[in-house]
Design a protein around this ligand. Sequence first.
Ligand code: HEM
Length: 227
Amino acid sequence: MAEIRRFSKSQIAIHVLGAFSILVLYITGLPITFPDQIGWIPALLGGYSITMLIHRIAAVGFIVAGVYLVVYHGLYDIFVGRSYFTDVWIKIKDIKDAINDAKHILRLSVDKPPRYGKYSWIAKAEFWSFFSEAAIFLVTGSILWFSWQSMAFMPPQYLLTARYIHAGFAVVSVCGIAFHSYMVHFNPENFRIDRCIFTGSMPEEEVKEKYPRWYEELQRGDNSGAE
Ligand code: HEM
């Protein structure tokens, strides 16, 4: 069966680095917030300071993945043409699709379900919600990491605020990760795993069915050079 390229090597690499860093950030960060429940993890890793060192190393991985995504795809968008960002911007059509999907799920409409482009409104909402959370982790995490330097230009109580925001978003964003895992792996359509983010390609029939508008673009050759 013919396969269609959906993700580039750089997108696959960014996803692997980002996903792995985030996993380590949860495993090393959450025990600090919930020491009575999962304090055994730092004990297993060799203690609090090792755990927090690993957290900082994973934070660097997380930042590298984010900067690479923004710089590479941002510059590609400006100087070469169609990049990931071109396809992931939220458009009016996505809002209409979201409303139609909601009406469809609630059986309030007899119209056909929305016909998606390369990324559905759900995938775009996931991307931008996590993108904004990542920015919050970066700012609050940097304040915690460089706490002495931060106190040079902010009152000490802001450190505590940064810690609570950092920990709070760690808990909230677990829901986002759980939703993402369901959407790509555990929902019946993809169960047990959607290999596309690892192989980069998807069977033609599946593209036709899930992303009909993107499939038409490919047929018209509108997707050439997309990164
Ligand atoms: C997915 C992203 C991340 C998650 C889920 C996460 C989670 C956490 C959690 C739960 C804590 C413990 C907070 C507490 O209750 O005290 C923590 C602490 C910390 N995080 Fe993160 N974090 C993330 C990203 C980052 C980033 C990007 C940085 C650096 C820029 C960072 C730097 C720190 C530092 C310095 C601490 C305090 C460690 C200490 O007490 O010495 N984190 N993180």
